[in-house]
Design a protein around this ligand. Structure first.
Ligand SMILES: CC(C)(COP(=O)(O)OP(=O)(O)OC[C@H]1O[C@@H](n2cnc3c(N)ncnc32)[C@H](O)[C@@H]1OP(=O)(O)O)[C@@H](O)C(=O)NCCC(=O)NCCS
Length: 225
C-alpha cells in the first residue's frame, strides 16, 4: 500500500457522503477494543465537515481516516476528538498525519484556546506528547455541562458519575498555548547571564571604590635611633 497516495486534508461539505462510514468505523473499533467511546451520529459528523472543523484522510474515493474538533466554554477550550484510522491502514503513520493536521486546524481557528484530548489509547498519548500536550487532572478542564453530556454514551460513564466528575478511566491531556509560546532560552543564555553578572560585579566594585578612600596614615620622618 502506498501511503503517499493518501491525502490528509480539511474536510468540507463534499465529504459528507463519508459520514456514515466514519460512524461505522468508530463504532466497530470501540466494540473491538471493549473500551469506552462516545457514540457519534452521522449528522453530527456531517455538521463538523460542513463547518470546517474536521480532517479526513482519503485513499482515492475511500475514506480511511478522520478526526474533528469541538469547542467548549465559548471557545476557551477546544477538544480534538474522534480520531479513527481504517484497520487496513494502521501502523503506516496515518494517525500521526491526521493528528498533526487536526492540531493545525485547531490552532488556526482558535489560536488562544487550550486544546485538550481525552484518550485511553497509547498511540494517541504518544502523538499528543509529541505535539506538546501535558497530562492533567479533570479539574483543569472545561466545566461546560454540555461537554460532560458527550460522555454519557461511554461504557465507563458510571465511573465518572460515581466519582463526581473528578475521575474516569481516560487520560486527559492539554495543550496550553500560553505555556507553549513562552520564548525558549538559547544555548548561550547561561554564558550571557554569567557575563552580565560579572560585568555588574565589576561595575559595582568600581563605583564603591570611588566612595572609598585610603585611611590617612601618618608617616613619621623621624629616624629611629
Ligand atoms: C489509534 C490509531 C488512531 C492509531 O493509528 P495509526 O495510523 O496506526 O497510528 P500511527 O501509524 O500514526 O502511529 C503513531 C504511533 O503510535 C504507535 N501505535 C500505533 N498503534 C498502536 C497501538 N495499537 N499500540 C501502541 N502503539 C501504537 C505507533 O507505533 C507510532 O509510534 P512511533 O511513531 O513511536 O512508532 C488507530 O489504531 C485507531 O484508529 N484505533 C481505533 C480508534 C482509537 O483508538 N482512536 C483513539 C481514540 S482517542
Amino acid at each position: 500500500m502506498k501511503t503517499k497516495d493518501i491525502r490528509v486534508q480539511y474536510a468540507d461539505s463534499s465529504h459528507v457522503v463519508h459520514a456514515e462510514r466514519i460512524c461505522q468505523l468508530i463504532f466497530e473499533s470501540a466494540q473491538q477494543r471493549g473500551t469506552g467511546i462516545a457514540k457519534r451520529r452521522p449528522e453530527y459528523i456531517a455538521d463538523k465537515m460542513e463547518n470546517g472543523k474536521a480532517v479526513i484522510a482519503l485513499d482515492g474515493d475511500k475514506c480511511v481516516g478522520f478526526s474533528y474538533i469541538e469547542c467548549w466554554s465559548h471557545g476557551d477550550y477546544v477538544a480534538t476528538s474522534g480520531l479513527i484510522v481504517d484497520p487496513e491502514y494502521r501502523r503506516l503513520g496515518l494517525a500521526t498525519k491526521i493528528k498533526e493536521k487536526t492540531f493545525q486546524l485547531a490552532r488556526e481557528r482558535f489560536p488562544y484556546a487550550k486544546l485538550f484530548s481525552i484518550t485511553t489509547s497509547l498511540a494517541v498519548m504518544k502523538l499528543n506528547t509529541r505535539l506538546g500536550y501535558q497530562p492533567v487532572t479533570l479539574s483543569e478542564l472545561t466545566h461546560d455541562q454540555e461537554f460532560w453530556q458527550g460522555c454519557e454514551g461511554c461504557v465507563n460513564y458510571d465511573v465518572l458519575k460515581r466519582n463526581n466528575h473528578r475521575i474516569c478511566l481516560c487520560y486527559w491531556m492539554i495543550y496550553d498555548p500560553r505555556v507553549q509560546n513562552k520564548p525558549r532560552a538559547h544555548w548561550y543564555t547561561p554564558y550571557w547571564m554569567a557575563m552580565r553578572n560579572f560585568t555588574k560585579k565589576i561595575f559595582r566594585l568600581c563605583t564603591k571604590r570611588k566612595e572609598w578612600s585610603w585611611p590617612s596614615v601618618e608617616v613619621s620622618t623621624r629616624r629611629t635611633p
